[in-house]
Design a binder for this molecule. Structure first.
Ligand code: PBG
Ligand code: ZN
Length: 324
């Protein structure tokens, strides 16, 4: 008696037929980092296999991605010139605009999500404008220029906007600005549960966006809090978010499941830089079977409730899926 699950597991075809979750190229959103210049492909030291790329190199990369069936990217731009308000990203000649336009021209089917924040563009590395008196981020001033940044992305042809700065009211502000300017069909993916996490460490290297002083604890969430994550997510839904997100993913699988149960919106998991670096490092040291652990980790996000997985592993995962 009680052999049913074993019976269902013995044959591989049957095991796959009754599998409750699976991975496919459609699940992934792949982060790409663009920098000025040409013919550049700088590997990030703390993230082997992740590169800062110039626009021409990104186009070659997009070709490889398309061949793997990986048709969605999230773009981060790292400009040469930074200032206190991140003005580089507020004009139509910005690096991100030029990149979106060039990708869309050669790869019209590539789905382009833009990360909307200021830390890559400001000389102080914070996610918004700094109030000169309190020295902390001025939420409402940041909202105003965020709307401007969103319109720059929309005008260049972005398919979805993902504001990552964790300002209060950002979703409503962007929704209103997009609607008023004829972009009512452009979706917004909210970084709705974004925790102040040590797992973002290596990202500071690739995006050159680590704060020059202080931290992000005043605008990102406390990892100790579970109810706050649900309530922030529901607030973003209320403000008009089309997709919710939990970030980081691996140490926050409980939150993914909670948000999945609390909202009917599609849900993304952001498998962040430190999570990627850990597996790469343990794999390179021969301590784990890298590919196996990677696929198991990615599957855990689906199982926990994610519809979309944002991951630096996405390209490798799609190569494995294609081999099968
Ligand atoms: C910037 C931003 C960060 C990440 C995505 N957008 C860093 C941060 O908030 O400190 C982290 C991504 C990663 O670690 O992979 N707002
Ligand atoms: Zn930021």
């Amino acid at each position: 008696m009680f052999k049913r699950f074993r019976r269902l597991r013995i044959n591989e075809t049957l095991r796959n037929m009754v599998a409750e979750t699976s991975l496919s190229a459609n699940d992934f959103l792949y982060p790409l980092f663009v920098i000025e210049g040409s013919n550049i492909k700088n590997e990030v030291k703390s993230m082997p296999g992740v590169f800062q790329m110039s626009l021409d190199t990104i186009l070659t990369e997009c070709k490889e991605l398309e061949e793997l069936g990986l048709n969605s990217i999230i773009l981060f731009a790292i400009p040469d010139v930074k200032d206190s308000i991140g003005s580089e990203c507020l004009c139509d000649e910005s690096l991100i605009s030029r990149t979106i336009q060039a990708i869309k021209k050669d790869f019209p089917n590539m789905f382009i999500v833009t990360d909307l924040c200021f830390c890559e563009y400001t000389d102080h590395g914070h996610c918004g404008i700094i109030d000169p008196i309190t020295k902390s981020v001025d939420n409402d001033k940041t909202l105003e220029i965020s709307a401007q940044q969103a319109l720059v992305h929309a005008k260049a042809g972005a398919d979805m906007i993902a504001p990552s700065g964790m300002m209060d009211g950002i979703i409503k502000t962007l929704r209103t600005a997009l609607d008023e300017n004829g972009y009512e069909n452009l979706p917004i993916m909210a970084y709705s549960s974004k925790f102040a996490s040590g797992y973002y460490g290596p990202f500071g290297d690739v995006a050159q966006s680590a704060p020059s002083y202080g931290d992000r604890k005043s605008y990102q969430m406390n990892p100790a809090n579970r109810l706050e994550a649900i309530s922030e997510s529901l607030a973003d839904e209320e403000e008009g978010a089309d997709i919710l997100m939990v970030k980081p993913a691996l140490a926050f699988l409980d939150i993914l499941r909670d948000v999945r149960n609390a909202s009917k919106l599609p849900l993304a998991a952001y498998n962040v830089s430190g999570e990627y670096a850990m597996l790469k490092c343990a794999g390179a040291a021969g301590l784990i079977d890298y590919e196996r652990v990677m696929m198991e980790t990615l599957l855990s996000f689906k199982r926990a409730g994610a519809d979309i997985i944002i991951s630096y592993h996405a390209k490798e995962a799609c190569e494995i899926l294609k081999r099968k």
